[in-house]
Structures are given as C-alpha cells and as structure tokens.
Design a protein around this ligand. Structure first.
Ligand SMILES: C[S@@+](CC[C@H](N)C(=O)[O-])C[C@H]1O[C@@H](n2cnc3c(N)ncnc32)[C@H](O)[C@@H]1O
Length: 404
C-alpha cells in the first residue's frame, strides 16, 4: 500500500475537523456562511441562524467547505426536508428552509452579487415572485442510469455516483410518471445498458423522453403561455417552471415597444413571439439549431412575419451585425448560467440600445455583466426576481437598464 505523505495526512485530518458555528446568511451558491477561529466556513444545507456542529470536508484557499454533523439549535427558518433523498441527492439544496426563508435567501443572494460583484449600492427592495407550486413544478429533467448497480435518478451531491430515486417531489406529474415507467423498464432489464442518461420534458400534450422507449412517444411537446402556442423538445432549452412564465415574460418585456428589438439567446422563441407583437422587426439569435427550428415554427404558427432568426453564437452575430443595425430600441438577453460570453457585452454596447432587459439564472454572472454595462452609460431601472426553482438556491432575475 502506498505510504501517505505528511501533507496528505494533515489534509485528511483537517478534513475531519469539526467546529461549532452559527450560520449567518446564505451565500450565492446556496451555502451558509459561518466563521470560527478566524476561518471562513461555507456550510452545506444550512439555515440562517442555525447553531451547528460542522465537519470540514475540504479546504480551498482560505475557505473551509463543511457539512452539518449535528444541528445543535435550529434556526426558526429550518423545517424537516420532506424528500427522503434530500442531502444525498444532488438535485435540491434548500428543502431545509421554510418557503418564505427560501425566497428571502434568494433576494439576499441577488443583493449580495449586485453589491460585491457589480459594485452597485442597491438598497431598494428586490421583489421576488413566489412559484405558484413549490412542489411538482419541474417540467424538465435529466436522469442518470447506472446499469450495473440498477440505479436511476440524479447524481449524488458533489459526486458522479447515481442516487437511485424512486420518486422526486419537484417533478410535474407527467415526468413523475415518465420516471416511474423508466424504472419499470430498468427493473425488467429493458433499459439499454450503455444508455447512461435520459432527458425528459413535459408540455400540455404529455411528456417526451430522449432517447425514447417507444415509437409512439411524442418527439416534441407544446405549451400555451400568455396566449402564445410554443412547440419545443428535449433537444433545445425551454424554461422549467411553466406556471411562472406569464409573469416572467411580462416583467422581461414590460412596456417596451418600437421599431427594432433583438432577442439574444432566444431558444424556441419564448420572448420573441411577444416581442414580435410590439416591434416592427425582431431578431432572434441562438446557437442551438434545433431550438431555432422550433422558434421559426412558433412565429409562423402565430402568423408573425416580422421575426428573423439566426443560428449563431451571440458574440459572433453581434460582431457581424451590430454596426449595421445600431441604434436599436430594445435588447433582451437571456444567456445560460455562464452569462454573456466574451465580446457579447461589447457587441450589445455597439448596438446602442435605448433599453436593455437582462434575464438571468445566475446572479453572479449577471452582476459581472451588469458591471460592464453600468460603466458604459447605462443605469439600473429595475430588478425583479422569480422563484423558478423552488427547493434549490437557484433564482431567475430580470434587470432593466436604460441609457444615461
Ligand atoms: C437560458 S436559455 C434561454 C432561452 C430562451 N430565452 C427561453 O427563455 O426559453 C439560454 C439559451 O442560450 C443558448 N446559448 C448558449 N450559449 C450561446 C451562445 N454563445 N450564443 C447563442 N446562444 C447560446 C442555449 O442554447 C439556450 O437556448
């Protein structure tokens, strides 16, 4: 057996150290902040105000990542997590918080990023719209399959081991049934061994699974949102909490109206359709060709002939088109978690939009991008949050910027 070096032994001992700490606020990323002996701890699955015994799992620079060994005095915000897989499954990390505390933590996460990263001293309220359903809301899922161990579910926390999940309380009923049917196939030995991942999406007409298990499963699903009919599939992005989409669209577009609007990272056209009713011409830009083919069909179905789509990265499209189109009235961007890619913000500035609406699922990258926009003659008009992802630390934010 290989002998361990001194520093390996030290690291191992350090990892096992336990400390009694009081949790302060919840940080971006969902961990609870605590301090002990001049050290900073980030404690998983904590509630603000908890007094806990925490075990240090790993040290990265000056930060100690820890898990709770024992709750010594629970926060008033702490509740019993209802899901039996909570803590092991990597899916949810907020079930220990009462719903009101989840919402408050998310508003504070946004404020924290805006202050620390964008360096905006924003003291106003950050209104957060609650999810109409805090369970059974999730209409898209990605399940992992371990054929050898006969497991189907989600990755365990911070691991690539599959947590076998018989029931998932955040899934919409159609996906819960799809998961159950997949599990039935697994029990009967009918799931392809080499298939390690399944993706599913639900709409008004049922659920679609990829790869599918039968020929007669729908390849695409549909959803009517604010009077618009959308088609989409598992291959392209579509928002997961459909009950919140009408208020999200209204907040993202507000009273915008005019000649030209640009919908960056447009997916299957969630915002492009309502924008096409308010602007003479709309450009939708998206890197995923499958999503764009749905976006084209969706505007055609709505008989909106004023939308033009491009399959391209946003940065590249802006490089080629910004100076030709500038100035424009309205830019809406809804990038993935990584935020706008390098050069995209520069390209948006080159469009010289009158107003910008930034829809974001990651407050940290939102704040990073806002910092650049605010340093270039834009000011903050409004911030609003939407709880698209109950039981997790994730939150959707809509920020409006105006010139000057
Ligand atoms: C958060 S989703 C938003 C989609 C759409 N606005 C919606 O709400 O349904 C982000 C989208 O950006 C696309 N995307 C990711 N990186 C991109 C890039 N560099 N350029 C263009 N689109 C990109 C993804 O395929 C995805 O559809």
């Amino acid at each position: 057996m290989k002998k361990r070096t001194r520093s390996e032994i030290k690291k191992k001992t350090q990892r096992r150290e336990t400390l009694e700490v009081t949790i302060g606020r919840i940080l971006p990323g969902g961990m609870g902040l605590a301090h002990a002996d001049g050290r900073t701890l980030l404690v998983a699955l904590a509630a603000p105000g908890d007094r806990v015994r925490a075990q240090v799992e790993r040290v990265q620079g000056r930060v100690h990542f820890a898990s709770i060994v024992e709750v010594l005095a629970p926060s008033p915000a702490r509740i019993e997590p209802p899901c039996p897989y909570f803590g092991r499954c990597g899916g949810c990390d907020f079930q220990q918080l009462a719903y009101g505390a989840q919402l408050a933590a998310k508003a504070e996460i946004i404020r924290d990023c805006i202050r620390r990263i964008a360096r905006i001293d924003f003291n106003g309220e950050i209104p957060i719209t609650a999810s109409p359903n805090i369970w059974h809301y999730r209409s898209r899922a990605q399940w992992q399959h371990d054929a050898q161990k006969k497991r189907l579910g989600y990755f365990e926390r911070a691991s690539h081991r599959v947590c076998d999940v018989a029931e998932c309380p955040v899934l919409v009923p159609e996906l819960a049934a799809t998961l159950e049917s997949l599990r039935e196939h697994m029990r009967n030995g009918a799931l392809p061994r080499e298939q390690t991942e399944f993706q599913a999406v639900a709409g008004d007409n049922g659920a679609s699974l990829a790869p599918g298990l039968s020929e007669n499963q729908p390849r695409e699903v549909t959803r009517t949102i604010a009077g618009h009919y959308y088609r989409f599939s598992v291959e392209g992005f579509f928002q997961i909490n459909h009950a919140l989409l009408e208020p999200l669209i209204a907040a993202a577009i507000k009273d915008a109206i005019g000649e030209t609007a640009i919908d960056l990272y447009c997916g299957a056209g969630l915002f492009t359709l309502p924008l096409s009713e308010r602007f003479s011409r709309v450009f939708g830009i998206e890197a995923n060709a499958e999503a764009i083919s749905f976006a084209r069909r969706n505007v055609e179905g709505a008989r909106l002939g004023n939308a033009t789509f491009a399959v391209s990265t946003v940065a590249e499209w802006l490089r080629e088109n910004s100076s030709r189109l500038a100035p424009v009235d309205f830019v809406l961007l809804d990038p993935p978690r990584a935020g706008a890619e390098d050069d995209a913000i520069g390209g948006i500035l080159a469009l010289r939009p009158q107003a910008i609406s930034y829809v974001s699922c990651d407050p940290a990258t939102l704040a990073r991008d806002l910092k650049v926009l605010l340093a270039n003659n834009y000011s903050l008009d409004s911030i609003a949050a939407f709880d698209m992802f109950p039981q997790t630390h994730h939150v959707e934010t809509v920020v409006h910027l105006k010139t000057g």
